[in-house]
Design a protein around this ligand. Structure first.
Ligand SMILES: CC(C)(C)[C@H](NC(=O)Nc1cc(F)cc(F)c1)C(=O)N(CC(=O)NO)CC1CCCC1
Ligand SMILES: [Zn+2]
Length: 184
């Protein structure tokens, strides 16, 4: 099972590389990896398992965070409207997005970053993502608010982008233009 020791931390070159497309149909190895990534997120949100294995409660994980430079990501979380999102996605891409931006007023963190980096992270308020799921089906997801933020955070990892790359250097707490805080 994946635990925190398997997650590479900032400074590791894989986190700033652009990950490669995954060959479809998914081979056994890639499928197993993606299933393990989803299981890690579920385990990390289970009080007992998270305590036993000292896991940080994760809502998303990208393959490069395991040192695997492939375009695969997993998400597992509920947004405040209680919509459930639990996916293993292959070769995800944003096919459309709003002009309007959003951001978490609490800022962002990362499983690969063992420090606080204060500041607002501007992201698109609404995105439409196309990808292949673990069963090999084409999925098209229309996301907004917190869900859009999580998916964009993971997608960034596939392009070697860290959340703090988006924080305004002059004033980390400037409100991004045409942005509305996300109420999570
Ligand atoms: C970095 C960490 C703090 C572990 C963050 N977890 C998180 O936000 N947990 C959480 C939030 C809730 F609102 C409710 C809950 F039950 C658990 C996270 O997993 N990520 C994913 C990551 O690092 N992927 O590479 C960072 C988030 C920042 C914004 C989106 C994802
Ligand atoms: Zn991250």
């Amino acid at each position: 099972m994946i635990t925190m020791k398997d997650i590479v931390r900032e400074g590791h070159p894989v986190l700033t590389q652009v990950a490669k497309d995954v060959e479809l149909p998914l081979n056994e190895n890639d499928k197993k990896t993606l299933e393990e990534m989803l299981l890690f997120l579920k385990n990390s949100q289970d009080e007992e398992i998270a305590q036993k294995y000292d896991l940080r409660a994760g809502v998303g994980l990208a393959a490069p965070q395991l040192g695997i430079s492939k375009r695969m990501m997993a998400v597992h979380f509920q947004d405040f409207d209680e919509n459930e999102y639990s996916y293993g996605l292959i070769n995800p891409k944003i096919v459309s997005h709003s002009i309007a931006q959003t951001y978490l007023s609490s800022g962002e963190g990362c499983l690969s970053v063992d420090r606080e980096v204060p500041g607002y992270v501007p992201r698109y308020q609404k995105i439409t993502i196309k990808a292949t799921d673990l069963d090999g089906n084409e999925v098209k997801l229309k996301l907004r608010g917190y869900a859009a933020i999580v998916f964009q955070h993971e997608l960034d990892h596939l392009n070697g982008v860290m959340f703090y790359d988006h924080i305004n250097k002059q004033d980390p707490f400037t409100i991004p233009e045409n942005a509305k805080a996300c109420d999570q």
